[in-house]
Every structure is written in structure tokens, then in C-alpha cells.
Design a protein around this ligand. Structure first.
Ligand code: SF4
Ligand code: SF4
Length: 366
């Protein structure tokens, strides 16, 4: 049974200070109109009233991560002989992600299946992951674009979190879900939580009922293969996309990357950086051939990866946690839940859909 506790709101700073003693603590900070995860500091304006614009994935999967350093040395006696020294020494700090949402925490479990497998373990990801404690805050109300309930999640989903917090007015009801969570609940400012359990349960149940499910056939129904393979459908839905890549960079489950060597003279570093399937150059081959030369193919790949290819490979698990960020922050309002809604409706006839949308585009109602 989960251990429980209560964190009074006036003790949050003490709590974060205590966590900061042996970890880098990342909190959602409001700067202007943007809320983004930043290292905690006493003067940070922490925002827990709405989900951050960015996901916290950079804490465990940095946007730019050094994999190794290298150095060439020429033999002074024989200039045709060169040796290379490699070092992949790393010493990542302990980290805490505080105040992310349950969908963000679930996102890391989607990364886990790719980066920590029976056949291959990505040591960089694994070390960051093992050293990070995730303290999520249950959502009381859905935000624009949220559809977690349609993809096997929910506003108080516990998957991926070490501690789940629920706002019960004067403080937060805490549920520990792992050993890391138990350690958090043993901090001295955490009070007895059992008396807040019923209130928290009520808030969680009411919140779940408020989240809309835009997928008519639910999470487990397969996509309509006819519509999926229709080029015209993808040209229509991708027509307004400007290939900015914001959807992928903000997504807690997108993990495409590129690896480059950055060198000056005889030393350098091998760096892994985020990349995105929505960029034209992502699939550009050295020969000049590009298997996904147009944005309709790239959007099809992004949606297909999350709702068809990943589930096919990983026991039906959908690689989208329904956080809604790609919908909220897409500059031209491309809506993945709407696209998947069409794809999951086996009754959708591609021709009818295309005709209806062409007409709607012409008369301005699209
Ligand atoms: S955020 Fe919108 S416009 Fe930008 S790449 Fe994604 S779908 Fe296209
Ligand atoms: S695809 Fe969109 S809704 Fe799904 S997890 Fe990524 S950003 Fe969130």
C-alpha cells in the first residue's frame, strides 16, 4: 500500500530546500507568459496552476548531451602515427522533477522501452533516469487540448511518478509510489496524510470525469488503414503545417536525436542533440535521397509512430500521453487528437472526408 503524507503549502520552500541538499531540483517557473522547467532557486516564481509549456524531458534526456570526449595525439617520432584517447566519464547529479503532470511522468515510461531494453541499454539515459525522482501534481481540471483519458492515462495517473501530489486546498496530499518516493515522504516537514485521502480521491475522480475523449473508438482501436495510407488525407491535414518542429520539441514522448562530433584542433566532444521527424533534413541521406521529402509524409510518420508503429512494437502501448502540448502550442493549430480521431474511425471513407474538407477549406469553415 502506498505511503501517504501531507505537505502544507507554506512549507513548499522548506520542502524544495530540503530536496536541494542532495539533488538538482527542477520546478515549473513562470517567466512572462511562459512556464518552463528550470533549476529551483529561492526567488523563482513557481507555477503549479497550469501545466508547463515545456515538458520536463530535458532533465533526463538533455537537449544537448555530451556522450564522450576525444583527443588525438601525434607521435612526435613518426608523424604518420596518431593515437586517440576516448573518455566517456560521466557523473550526473541526482535530480528531482517537482510539479510536472502525470502525463509528463508517463512520458518517461515510453522512453524507457526504447532506451533501456533487454538487448540494449543507453547508459546516458539510464544514469539520468535512475538518479531522478519524479514528483507529479494531479490535474484538477483539463487544459485546452488535453486528452490523457483517451490514451490509457488520466489526470491522476500514477504511471512513471515516484510521488503523486493532489492539491487539497491548504496543502498537498502525497502518495509515495516507489522507494524514491518513500525517501521524499520521510522529510521532516511532511505531515500525516491519511485524513486527506478521501478529499484527494474525490478531486481525482471529478477531474477524470472532466477530461474529454476525442477518439471515438478509444485508445485500443486500431487506426483505419485505408485512411492512413491515403496521401491526399495527409496532404490535407499537413497543408497548414509550417514545419517548425515545436510539436516534437515540446512533446514528452518524442525522442528523435542526432549525433555530431564537435572538434577544435585535436580535441572534441561527441554530442547527442534532439532532432525531429518534422524537419526535412532529418531523413535526408548522404546520396541526396530523402524518403520523406514532403511535410505530409513527415506528419504521417509522427502520427504513425505514436499510434501505430510504436504500439505494434511495444505490446499496444501508445507513444502519446495526451498532454495536449502539440495542440496548444502549434502555431497553426494542427490537432493530433482530431487526426487520430479520424484515423480510428473505421467508418470514415477517405473520399468523403477529403471532399468535405476541401469544401470546408474553400468556404472558410475549416
Ligand atoms: S507545431 Fe504545428 S506547424 Fe510546427 S511542425 Fe508541428 S504540426 Fe507543424
Ligand atoms: S503527441 Fe502531442 S499530445 Fe501526445 S504526448 Fe506528444 S505533445 Fe502530448
Amino acid at each position: 500500500m502506498a505511503k501517504t503524507g501531507f505537505l502544507p503549502k507554506e512549507k513548499i520552500k522548506d520542502f524544495l530546500d530540503a530536496l536541494s541538499k542532495d539533488a538538482q531540483v527542477h520546478v515549473p517557473v513562470k517567466e512572462g507568459d511562459i512556464v518552463a522547467f528550470k533549476p529551483y532557486s529561492a526567488d523563482a516564481e513557481i507555477c503549479l496552476t497550469r501545466p508547463a509549456n515545456t515538458s520536463p524531458k530535458a532533465v533526463i534526456y538533455p537537449q544537448c548531451d555530451k556522450l564522450l570526449s576525444f583527443e588525438y595525439t601525434k607521435d612526435p617520432e613518426d608523424n604518420k602515427k596518431t593515437s586517440i584517447t576516448l573518455s566517456d566519464k560521466r557523473d550526473y547529479p541526482n535530480a528531482v522533477i517537482f510539479g510536472c503532470r502525470p502525463c509528463d511522468a508517463k512520458g518517461f515510461t515510453i522512453f524507457d522501452k526504447v532506451f533501456v531494453t533487454a538487448d540494449y541499454v543507453d547508459p546516458y539515459y539510464r544514469e539520468h533516469r535512475e538518479k531522478t525522482t519524479i514528483i507529479s501534481l494531479a490535474c484538477e481540471t483539463p487544459f485546452a487540448g488535453c486528452f490523457c483519458v483517451a490514451v490509457d492515462g488520466g489526470p491522476a495517473d500514477k504511471v512513471g511518478s515516484d510521488v503523486l501530489m493532489t492539491d487539497v486546498e491548504k496543502g498537498y496530499y502525497l502518495e509515495s509510489l516507489t522507494e524514491k518516493g518513500d525517501k521524499v515522504l520521510s522529510l521532516p516537514m511532511i505531515q500525516e496524510g491519511a485524513s486527506y485521502q478521501a478529499a484527494a480521491q474525490k478531486i481525482q475522480t471529478e477531474a477524470a470525469a472532466k477530461v474529454k475523449n476525442p477518439l471515438p473508438k478509444g485508445a485500443t482501436e486500431k487506426v483505419n488503414p485505408t485512411l492512413f495510407d491515403t496521401d491526399e488525407f495527409w496532404q490535407q491535414v499537413a497543408a497548414k503545417c509550417i514545419s517548425c518542429g515545436a510539436c516534437t520539441y515540446l512533446c514528452p514522448t518524442c525522442y528523435c536525436f542526432n549525433i555530431t562530433d564537435e572538434a577544435a584542433r585535436d580535441k572534441g566532444e561527441r554530442i547527442r542533440t534532439w532532432d525531429a521527424c518534422m524537419f526535412q533534413h532529418f531523413t535526408l541521406e548522404t546520396s541526396g535521397h530523402n524518403p520523406r521529402p514532403v511535410k505530409s509524409r513527415r506528419l504521417r510518420q509522427r502520427v504513425g509512430h505514436k499510434f501505430a508503429y510504436y504500439p505494434e512494437k511495444y505490446d499496444g502501448v501508445i507513444a502519446c500521453c495526451g498532454c495536449g502540448r502539440c495542440i496548444r502550442h502549434c502555431p497553426v493549430s494542427v490537432d493530433i487528437s482530431e487526426i487520430v480521431g479520424y484515423l480510428k474511425d473505421p467508418g470514415q471513407d477517405p473520399k468523403t472526408w477529403i471532399e468535405r474538407n476541401t469544401k470546408a477549406a474553400k468556404d472558410g469553415s475549416l
